[in-house]
Write a protein that binds this ligand. Structure first.
Ligand SMILES: [Zn+2]
Ligand SMILES: [Zn+2]
Length: 235
């Protein structure tokens, strides 16, 4: 997810749709967690803009996420350690650890990380512009109170992007993998006291229509929609 021109939340396959000029404008990457569908394009991103930037791209993440990147991806075996290249004193990528609950302000935009409930340490994010517009993104998670309590502690939320990986036919699997299914999402969505636009994402292939139909049936008043590739929002 690209915010303005310079901030990415996660770095999955959608980053492959950006042009080289767009990639070179990215200054910050906020990761939700270490799973491959959320970090897969980070190695290619830093490699492709290697010669075009003066300051390192800052990768903001939980300590466990950064540790996983260092151990399993930027380990010279899978990919070079770009936190040391081209020279240690002036690398193309720099890590910035944060804890759940921290707020990072980037040129007036407040990015708050929120503890989630996934199979590895994971945060969601609530992002607020200098003008007070806001959106939130769950990252990968199953049922929790932290995210919904955080959203309800603010008077305004314009846009909400939610993962629902599985339809109700796979409820048991969704609990094992700590993802939402339609039932657990509905049970959590009714905690929300605000009325943002809501888009669903991160479905298993072929599950899109079933998930959206199940959730709409349970929450007909919410106006829930499907998130599409290359969709843009102005807040
Ligand atoms: Zn995951
Ligand atoms: Zn995922």
């Amino acid at each position: 997810m690209l915010i303005d021109e310079d901030i990415l939340i996660d770095c999955g396959s959608g980053v492959g749709d950006l042009t080289l000029d767009q990639l070179a404008k990215v200054r910050h990457v906020f990761l939700t967690h270490s799973h491959l569908d959320h970090v897969a394009f980070l190695p290619l991103l830093v490699d492709s803009i290697f010669e075009r930037i003066d300051q390192p791209i800052v990768v903001h993440a939980l300590p466990a996420t950064i540790q996983a990147l260092k151990e399993h991806i930027f380990n010279w075996a899978i990919w070079p350690d770009f936190a040391q290249l081209p020279v240690v004193s002036k690398p193309v990528m720099a890590y910035m650890e944060h804890s759940a609950g921290d707020v990072c302000i980037v040129d007036g935009r407040k990015i708050k990380s929120i503890s989630m409930n996934h199979i590895v340490p994971t945060v969601g994010y609530r992002v607020e512009s200098a003008e007070g517009a806001s959106f939130a993104f769950t990252g990968d998670t199953t049922t929790n109170d932290t995210f919904w309590d955080e959203l309800n502690s603010h008077p305004r939320l314009d846009l909400l992007l939610l993962e629902v990986a599985f339809s109700n036919a796979y409820e048991e699997l969704s609990n094992t993998a700590r993802h939402y299914c339609s039932n657990t999402m509905v049970a959590d969505l009714i905690k929300l006291k605000l009325n943002p636009e809501i888009y669903l994402t991160h479905h298993k292939p072929e599950e899109n229509n079933v998930i959206i139909a199940e959730i709409k049936q349970s929450l007909p008043g919410r106006g829930i929609k499907q998130l599409h590739n290359n969709q843009t929002f102005s807040l």
